[in-house]
Design a protein around this ligand. Structure first.
Ligand code: NI
Length: 228
C-alpha cells in the first residue's frame, strides 16, 4: 500500500522547516548513516541529527503526524524513528535503488525500530528542482512520486526504492520509519480498509446497530493483532 497524505504540514510549519534547512544548516554526507549495501549508492546531504535545527525540525514533523487520523489508521504506529532530513543538490544528488535495513537504531529516544513503513515528507515544491523522483517498486508496479511541499508519502519498508538524480535546484525532505503495532502489512491493510469504510458510514450519519457491531469487530481484530 502507498498512501499520499496531502498538506500534513501547515503553511507556517512548512515555512519554519524551510528556514531551519537553509544553506547554513549543519549538513553532512548522507552515506555515513546508510547500511553496508546502501552506503555505496547513497549520495546526498543529511542534517546532523543531534543538532539544534534537527531537534526543532523533528518536533514539527512528529507533531504533524501525531495529529493526523489517517496517518494513525494506516500506520498504527508503535515506535517512530526520529525524523531525519536530507538534501539532494549539486554533486550530492541521488540515492540508487536499495531496500532499507530492517531494524535501525533511533537516537531520540534511543531505541531500536523495525522499519515496517517508510515515510517521506516533501519539503520542496516540485518546480524547485528537476529530477529527484522517489521511485518505489510496489507489487502492482513502479510508482514515481514528486509530491507538493508539506505532503507525506507512506509506503512499505520492504520495497526497493530510489531517488533519481536532481539535475537542477535542490530537493529537501524529511524521512523516517515506523514500527507498527500490527507487523503484518496484510493485516494492517485490512484494518485500514475497514476503518475507512466505517468512517464513510459514520459520515453519512449511519447509526445502525450494524455499524456499531462492525466498529466493535474492527477493534476486536486490532486487539487480536496489535502488539503494544
Ligand atoms: Ni531508503
Amino acid at each position: 500500500m502507498l498512501l499520499h497524505l496531502e498538506k500534513i504540514l501547515t503553511p507556517d510549519e512548512l515555512r519554519s522547516a524551510r528556514a531551519l534547512l537553509g544553506p547554513h544548516a549543519p549538513w553532512t554526507a548522507g552515506r555515513s548513516s546508510a547500511g553496508g549495501q546502501a552506503a555505496g549508492r547513497k549520495n546526498n546531504d543529511q542534517l546532523a541529527q543531534d543538532s539544534e535545527p534537527a531537534r526543532q525540525l523533528q518536533a514539527i514533523v512528529l507533531a504533524a503526524v501525531q495529529r493526523d487520523p489517517l496517518f494513525f489508521s494506516a500506520a498504527l504506529p508503535r515506535k517512530t524513528f526520529n525524523p531525519l532530513f536530507n538534501r539532494y543538490s549539486g554533486t550530492s544528488n541521488h540515492y540508487g535503488a536499495h531496500i532499507d535495513n530492517a531494524v535501525m537504531h533511533s537516537r531520540n529516544p534511543a531505541q531500536w525500530v523495525r522499519t515496517d513503513l517508510s515515510c517521506t515528507l516533501f519539503l520542496s515544491e516540485p518546480n524547485e528542482y528537476e529530477g529527484g523522483e522517489l521511485v518505489i517498486q510496489l507489487p502492482q508496479g513502479e510508482r514515481r512520486i514528486k509530491a507538493a511541499a508539506g505532503d507525506l508519502v507512506l509506503y512499505p519498508g520492504s520495497t526497493l526504492h530510489q531517488v533519481t538524480p536532481v539535475t537542477r535546484g535542490a530537493r529537501l525532505a524529511s524521512f523516517f520509519w515506523i514500527e507498527s503495532m500490527v507487523a503484518s502489512s496484510e493485516q494492517r491493510q485490512l484494518l485500514f480498509e475497514m476503518d475507512m469504510a466505517l468512517l464513510k458510514l459514520r459520515e453519512r450519519g449511519e447509526d445502525d446497530p450494524a455499524v456499531v457491531q462492525l466498529t466493535g469487530t474492527y477493534h476486536n481484530l486490532l486487539r487480536m493483532w496489535a502488539q503494544t
